[in-house]
Design a protein around this ligand. Structure first.
Ligand SMILES: Cc1cc2nc3c(=O)[nH]c(=O)nc-3n(C[C@H](O)[C@H](O)[C@H](O)COP(=O)(O)OP(=O)(O)OC[C@H]3O[C@@H](n4cnc5c(N)ncnc54)[C@H](O)[C@@H]3O)c2cc1C
Length: 415
C-alpha cells in the first residue's frame, strides 16, 4: 500500500515515520519551497511525546528542547492561582517538552530523511485536487514555487495533513469559509535571556481575553536560554473587523505590542525587557474552526490542523496531531481495507479532538484564571477564599482527563 501525504508539518511527517515503521510506503508533498525552522515555541504533552519516544526521537528532542518541570497559572497582576508539576515530575513515565516549533519539525523531518530517504519528500508541491475510484485515489499537485507543470500521483490512500487552510478539507466542505475568529490576536517571540527560575518552568498569566505566556524552549548555555513569550489580546470586535492575515511569518512592531505586554506581571521577570530584546515579533490571529461531522470520504481523510484546528490553549495543537498519526498508522496496518482503516481512525479521533476544540474555546485549563479574575478582579489575599483548591483542581484536572494526558505510561508498543 502507498499513502500520499499532503503537508510536511508535524502531523504529516510523524504519520510518515509511523507508516514506514509498519511497512507502508509513503510519498510526502509539501507546498513550501523547503522545510525550514519556522515558528516559535510550542509544548508537546506526555501522551504525544510517548509516541515520539516510541519512534526513537527522545535523545534528539533532549538536544533541542526543554523537559517541562512546572506550570504556574497567575492572574494578570501576577498573583498565583495554581501550580502543578508537569511531565515526569508529575509522575508520567515520559516528559512534556517545551520546544521551538521549527526545531521539533526538524527533528521529525531529519528522521524521515534518514529512514525513508529525501526523495520521499517533494517540496514546492501544493495539493490542488483529487479524484477517487474503487481502486485508488489520484491527486493533483501544482508547482507552488516556480509555477511549473502540475503533477499527478496515484495511491491507495490520500492523507490531507495540510494545516488550517487545508485543500482537502475545502474539497469536502467548499462552503465552510474562513476560520472562526473572536477578535484575539497572538503576538509571539523568543529572545536569549538569563535563565528564568529553574530554566524548566512555564507561567501563564491572565485568561482567555488577555494573557501572557512564558517558557524556555532550548537548553541553557552559559546562564542564558531561549525564552519564548506570547501575548494574547482581544484587540478588535470580530463583528466589525476582519482578522489580520493568518500567516505564521507575519511581523508586528514593538511599539504596537509593548504597551499590551506591560499590562502583565510575572514574578521575577522583566517582561518589558524581554519583549524589547526580542529580534522579531510575530502576529497571528487566534482562530479555529467548528468540529466537522466527517473527516473521511472513501480513501481520503484529514489529520491534525486540517481536521481540527484549535485555539492554542492547553498545549494541544501539535500533541493531538501526533495522536492522530498514531491512530491512523495503527488502523492502516491492521484493517483489511484502507477505507475501513480511515473510517476506524475517524471514529476514534474525531469525537476526542472535537471535545478539545470546544473546551479550548472556553479557555481550556486556563479557565481557572478567568474564574478567579472574575470573582476577585482587584486581586486577593487568600486564593482559597476566592476559589477552593478542589474547585481549581477540578477545572485543571478535568481538562487533562478530557485531553487524554492525566496519567501517561511509557509503554504503548507498535502492534
Ligand atoms: C509555518 C508555521 C509556523 C507555526 N508556528 C507555530 C508556533 O509558533 N506556535 C504554535 O503553537 N503553533 C504554530 N504552528 C501551528 C502548529 O504547528 C500546528 O498547530 C500543529 O503542529 C499541527 O500541525 P499540522 O501538521 O497539522 O499542521 P501545520 O503545522 O500547519 O502543517 C501543515 C503543512 O502543510 C503545508 N501545506 C499547506 N497547504 C498545503 C497544500 N495544499 N499542499 C501541500 N502542503 C500544504 C504547510 O506548508 C505546512 O507545512 C505553525 C504552523 C506553521 C505552518
Amino acid at each position: 500500500m502507498t499513502v500520499l501525504i499532503a503537508g510536511a508539518g508535524i502531523g504529516g511527517l510523524t504519520t510518515a515515520l509511523m507508516l514506514h515503521e509498519r511497512g507502508i510506503s509513503v510519498e510526502i508533498y509539501e507546498a513550501a519551497r523547503e522545510v525550514r525552522e519556522v515558528g516559535v515555541g510550542i509544548n508537546v504533552l506526555p501522551h504525544a511525546i510517548r509516541e515520539l519516544a516510541n519512534l526513537g526521537l527522545l535523545d534528539a528532542l533532549d538536544k533541542v528542547g526543554v523537559r517541562t518541570r512546572k506550570l504556574t497559572y497567575l492572574t494578570k497582576q501576577g498573583q498565583e492561582v495554581w501550580n502543578e508539576l508537569r511531565g515526569m515530575h508529575a509522575g508520567h513515565e515520559v516528559p512534556q517538552f517545551s520546544i521551538h516549533r521549527g526545531r521539533l519539525q526538524k527533528v521529525i523531518y531529519d528522521a524521515v530523511v534518514e529512514r525513508l530517504g529525501k526523495d520521499k519528500i517533494h517540496t514546492g508541491r501544493r495539493l490542488a485536487g483529487f479524484i477517487q475510484d474503487e481502486a485508488g485515489v489520484t491527486a493533483h499537485f501544482t508547482d507552488s514555487v516556480q509555477g511549473g507543470d502540475a503533477t499527478t500521483h496515484r495511491a491507495e490512500v490520500l492523507l490531507c495533513a495540510d494545516g488550517i487552510h487545508s485543500a482537502g478539507r475545502r474539497h469536502f466542505y467548499p462552503n465552510e469559509g474562513a476560520p472562526s475568529w473572536q477578535g484575539v490576536v497572538m503576538w509571539r517571540g523568543a529572545a536569549e535571556w538569563p535563565v528564568w527560575e529553574d530554566g524548566e518552568s512555564m507561567a501563564i498569566g491572565g485568561g482567555l481575553g488577555g494573557k501572557f505566556v512564558l517558557y524556555p524552549i532550548a537548553p541553557a548555555e552559559k546562564g542564558k536560554q531561549l525564552l519564548n513569550w506570547v501575548v494574547n489580546v482581544r484587540i478588535k470586535d470580530p463583528e466589525i473587523s476582519t482578522p489580520p492575515p493568518d500567516n505564521w511569518s507575519r511581523q508586528v512592531s514593538l511599539a504596537e505590542v509593548l504597551p499590551h505586554a506591560l499590562r502583565f506581571h510575572v514574578p521575577g521577570m522583566d517582561i518589558g525587557g524581554l519583549v524589547k530584546k526580542t529580534p522579531t515579533i510575530y502576529e497571528y490571529p487566534m482562530a479555529d474552526r467548528d468540529p466537522l461531522p466527517r473527516w473521511t470520504f472513501g480513501r481520503v481523510t484529514l489529520l491534525g490542523d486540517a481536521a481540527h484546528p484549535m485555539y492554542p490553549v492547553g498545549s494541544n495543537g501539535a500533541s493531538q496531531a501526533i495522536l492522530d498519526a498514531r491512530c491512523l498508522a495503527d488502523a492502516l496496518a491492521k484493517a483489511e481495507h484502507p477505507r475501513a482503516a480511515l473510517w476506524q481512525y475517524e471514529k476514534d479521533r474525531l469525537p476526542k479532538t472535537a471535545e478539545v476544540v470546544r473546551t479550548n474555546r472556553i479557555g481550556g485549563p486556563e479557565r481557572v484564571i478567568d474564574e478567579v479574575e472574575k470573582r476577585a478582579p482587584a486581586g486577593f489575599k487568600s486564593i482559597d477564599k476566592v476559589l477552593s483548591h478542589d474547585d481549581r483542581k477540578a477545572i485543571v484536572g478535568g481538562y487533562a482527563n478530557m485531553a487524554g494526558f492525566s496519567r501517561v505510561t511509557a509503554a504503548r508498543s507498535v502492534p
